[in-house]
Design a protein around this ligand. Structure first.
Ligand code: SF4
Length: 291
């Protein structure tokens, strides 16, 4: 098995086989992200090498593998033929495989379009984790996400229409105090148009080696405190009208929120209301992230 550079995976892939298909991130410009800022440069591993690693895993683990994740940061960007080939091979050698997952930004899903999404679904790709971050174009430009709200929406709709599950990440507080209301409202709007399977909440933490940390330190970006973040989450949840599972399975969040919308909306809002009664000093302190 061969691994190169940082290997990240979603918390929900903790028990998955990880077989690296790409190295780094082809975008690598998001102003809040530190993962690949010091390299390595993006490259696609040859499909034959990925297949050799899959075969090695088959020898090691037999047919016990149930879930498979192909790191690294934006594997959806690899050529569709090659991604189809490795997905199909994995489905062939692991007959009990329930899920094949990648990270993928909306801009690359959008470039592939609906037909290539369908080809990938047919080849066995079953879930994509997408960093939506926000549905507000002002924020998306600020963070250099590489996609507009409209592109996020179309990409999400095409993946869902192809039958690929979507797990969309929202970063609370990523618009700071200045954009908290548009962030909540426009993110809810994009999510409502996509109706993803999962909505995963993260809270903005400035990371080392990032432009956003410099903006925080200079005072150009005013971060929300715990109550501001919780209020933003409540505003967004009130506006959501989707049959999605909402989860906040991450160390950056001030409280854990977990439930299926729309049924759990009142309980989630009540959890937030209870947390808002606690003083801000009761929550985790400000810190600069290094992972
Ligand atoms: S957040 Fe994702 S798309 Fe943006 S630079 Fe980091 S890995 Fe690449």
């Amino acid at each position: 098995m061969h691994y190169e550079g940082p290997i990240y995976r979603p918390p929900s892939e903790a028990n998955s086989l990880l077989v690296q298909a790409t190295v780094g991130c082809p975008h690598n410009r998001c102003t809040f992200c530190m993962v690949y800022k010091n390299g390595p440069s993006y490259r696609v591993r040859p499909a034959a090498d990925v297949i050799a690693d899959l075969d090695e895993a088959r020898t090691l683990y037999g047919d016990s593998v149930r879930t498979l994740f192909f790191p690294a940061g934006n594997t959806i960007a690899m050529p569709t033929d090659a991604l189809c080939r490795i997905c199909a091979h994995a489905r062939k050698i692991f007959p009990h495989l329930a899920r094949v997952t990648v990270y993928g930004s909306s801009q690359y899903i959008h470039k592939k379009g609906p037909d290539e999404m369908k080809r990938l679904a047919d080849a066995g790709l079953s879930r994509i984790h997408v960093g939506l971050e926000s549905g507000d174009d002002v924020i998306l430009r600020l963070i250099k996400k590489g996609a507009t709200a409209r592109q996020h929406t179309q990409a999400g709709q095409w993946a869902m229409a192809a039958g690929i599950q979507l797990s969309l990440y929202v970063v609370l507080g990523i618009g700071g105090a200045a954009r908290t209301l548009p962030h909540a409202a426009r993110t809810a709007d994009v999510l409502n148009r996509i109706a993803p399977d999962f909505i995963r909440l993260r809270t903005f933490v400035p990371k080392v080696h990032t432009p956003m940390l410099k903006m925080v330190e200079s005072g150009a970006f005013k971060m929300l405190g715990p109550h501001g973040v919780l209020k933003e989450a409540a505003t967004m949840i009130r506006l959501l009208d989707v049959p999605s599972r909402l989860t906040s399975d991450h160390y950056t969040n001030y409280i854990d929120l977990e439930g299926c919308l729309p049924g759990c909306r009142n309980r989630l809002l009540s959890n937030i209301g209870d947390a808002m009664k606690r003083p801000e000093t009761d929550f985790r302190p400000f810190f600069v992230g290094d992972q």
